[in-house]
Ligand binder design. Sequence first.
Ligand SMILES: Cc1cc2nc3c(=O)[nH]c(=O)nc-3n(C[C@H](O)[C@H](O)[C@H](O)COP(=O)(O)OP(=O)(O)OC[C@H]3O[C@@H](n4cnc5c(N)ncnc54)[C@H](O)[C@@H]3O)c2cc1C
Length: 286
Amino acid sequence: MKSPDFDYVRPDSLAEVFEMLKNHDGRAQLLAGGQSLMAIMNLRMADPELLIDINGLPGMRSIEKQGDRIRIGALVTHRELLESPVVAECVPLLSQAVPYVAHVAIRNKGTIGGSLALADPAAEYPAVAQALGATIIAASPAGERRIQAADYFLGFYQTALQPEEVLLAVEFPVAAPGQHFVFCELARRHGDFAMVGLAAAITLSGASVQAASFAFCAVAGYPQLASTAMAGMVGKKLDSAQILAAQEALETDLTPNGDLQANAATKIHLARVLLGRALEQMRVQP
Ligand SMILES: Cc1cc2nc3c(=O)[nH]c(=O)nc-3n(C[C@H](O)[C@H](O)[C@H](O)COP(=O)(O)OP(=O)(O)OC[C@H]3O[C@@H](n4cnc5c(N)ncnc54)[C@H](O)[C@@H]3O)c2cc1C
């Protein structure tokens, strides 16, 4: 199936984008990599009258270390993330997640901003952003605002981004000594959307856990933090008993939606498997 007809523009300034969004009042949509939007349009699940291609906007393609933060422009592609030594060194959890995103052709075009704006419940980057407490930076005619990940992901394909806003960048904290990260997921085939995915970060002091953050994708409408499992680990030794306790806490933390891939009980089981694997891996990391 082909998409309905639409007009296309490629402005080179944010001011023009804001003007076009205002003039088309809900009937225009931003186009980044097009790897989700064009498919949605071809399926006739969206029919904007105007596509505003934001690939001509300046300043949205860089990856910059700014003190203890890394700022990644919204137009940075999945492939650029994968190939970035700065991301590998400073945000290893994000680096680990990229190979799970789709396939090479899609990774060549799709962008981190598009993924965070769409907020597919099974997508990897929203879970990474949630686990690391990332900050989303959005611009509108009123100026820029910074939105914490915890306040950004609101529900099924729902974010705090307003219709008049453009997602400019996302900031992640730079990994600190003692932090360990694992991204893992289960999918029917590599590159498919996750049945369940996990972005996990812990801070160890010796064998003792100082902080833990576990965000799951594909279990709820938005990336869900396993709060009880996280809190229960702090101050404890990362041993087999503690790993089992964290897995058991998922029964309280997660209330999965069954979907076409797996029912709720299977998702809880898969989440337990992933958390067990991640924590075992962190236990033996140097
Ligand atoms: C076969 C297939 C498999 C896939 N598998 C996965 C997968 O396993 N994991 C995964 O995470 N993704 C997957 N994707 C989606 C892919 O990662 C997309 O690249 C991503 O979801 C959207 O990025 P994009 O740049 O292509 O955005 P687009 O498709 O251009 O836009 C998506 C939406 O975001 C909005 N938008 C884009 N950029 C901005 C911005 N800067 N500010 C505000 N709004 C914006 C658009 O208006 C649109 O509503 C898959 C896609 C396909 C086709």
